[in-house]
Design a binder for this molecule. Structure first.
Ligand code: SAH
Ligand code: AVI
Length: 335
């Protein structure tokens, strides 16, 4: 057991290990300054997830419009026996983008005597709190945590991952938050964690009627708007920004050509502001593009997986064809 606390006082006492590869704050500064200087302005969605952003994401999953969480959970419930058979006994479950580790209870509950769980997330305190909570619910399970940016190469060889057959679980359609080239690179990075005997279960959101999608990303209660706007609050706090957050509005639109929901922050008036002493100007109606959430068909996701050297072996969808869980393997030739 490690015996430590983070600077913010979050305990790591119950964890089998904690590897802290949290990206330096200079990454955030560089990406924000470059993104605000670009045309159109854009900031990567990984920066949503400070402590408040992670909590707001959890609130989004409770909104009636955001069907993703409940659909994937119900699907996991339905296919749990089949997943358990494929994973086999004593699995070591590794979850990139683990967030609150909510879905993992369902998976762990169905597996045959799982040996260990490793959560990996960029949002450090949220990750540690979630893994500590999990250790209380699963006292006999070895639980490790890795704080890292998975868009950088994360080498598991450097980590004390317990021995055993691995099941990488990447739920929530987080893969959709990447442009096709970035998604391929991310999947290739995850493929490097797999041996031929291991499995990769990934949750993928599907193309569906535009109205359902746009509502899911613009809930009536305004939680998604708060999640989007919190990025500006984070910039003001961590990068000494002077952005008037009240002068921005949340917008979500379906981009049919790119098969994705886009989230933007729209300037409601002309304005000037500084971030880390660098000056920026925005005109009324100009936007900062903050997130893409790509939606797939079974075939379009399978093509993406294959292009990353992963072999689609099985897939399961809910009755409305809203969401698909894909079982992928790395294929012996990738080794
Ligand atoms: N798996 C959970 C949470 C999904 S939200 C679920 O299905 O409900 C996406 C999660 O990925 C967040 O917890 C966020 O902090 C994490 N994340 C986003 N970009 C990341 C990155 N580049 N590296 C590591 N974690 C990232
Ligand atoms: C984490 N990710 C898959 C979510 C999504 O649906 O794209 C993030 C999110 N953004 C707005 N609502 C939820």
């Amino acid at each position: 057991m490690t015996e430590a606390r983070t600077a913010e006082g979050v305990s790591t006492d119950q964890l089998a290990f904690f590897s802290d590869l949290h990206p330096p704050s200079s990454d955030f500064r560089r990406d924000v300054l470059e993104g605000l200087a670009a045309t159109p302005k854009t900031i990567p969605p990984k920066y949503f997830y400070d402590r408040r952003g992670s909590a707001l994401f959890d609130d989004i999953t409770d909104t009636p419009e955001y069907y993703v969480m409940r659909t994937e959970l119900a699907l996991l419930d339905r296919i749990s026996d089949e997943i358990a058979k494929r994973a086999g006994p004593g699995a070591v479950v590794i979850e990139p983008g683990s967030g609150s580790s909510t879905k993992i209870d369902k998976l762990l509950g169905s597996l045959d005597d799982p040996a260990a769980y490793v959560g990996l997330d960029i949002s450090k305190d949220h990750l540690l709190a979630a893994c500590e909570d999990l250790s209380r619910r699963w006292p006999s399970l070895k639980i490790g945590a890795i704080c890292a940016d998975f868009t950088r190469h994360v080498d598991l060889h450097d980590m004390p991952i317990p021995e055993g057959r691995r099941l990488v679980f990447f739920p929530g359609s987080t893969i959709g938050n990447f442009e096709p080239d970035e998604a391929r690179e991310l999947l290739k990075g995850i493929r490097d964690w797999l041996r031929p005997e291991d499995g990769f279960l990934i949750g993928v959101d599907r193309v569906k009627p535009r109205g359902v999608l746009e509502a899911a990303y613009d809930d009536a209660g305004g939680v998604t708007a708060d999640f989007n706007l919190n990025l500006l609050t984070r910039i003001n706090r961590e990068l000494d920004g002077t952005i008037d957050t009240a002068a921005f509005e949340h917008r979500s639109i379906w981009n049919d050509a790119k098969s994705r929901i886009e989230m933007h922050l729209v300037a409601t008036r002309d304005m000037d502001f500084t971030v880390s002493e660098q000056a920026f100007t925005m005109t009324k109606g100009e936007t900062i593009h903050t997130e893409n959430s790509h939606k797939f068909t079974v075939a379009s996701f399978q093509a993406l997986a294959r292009s990353a050297g992963l072999e689609p072996v099985a897939d399961w969808s809910d009755d409305d064809s809203y969401f698909t869980l894909h079982w992928l393997e790395c294929g012996a030739e990738a080794w």
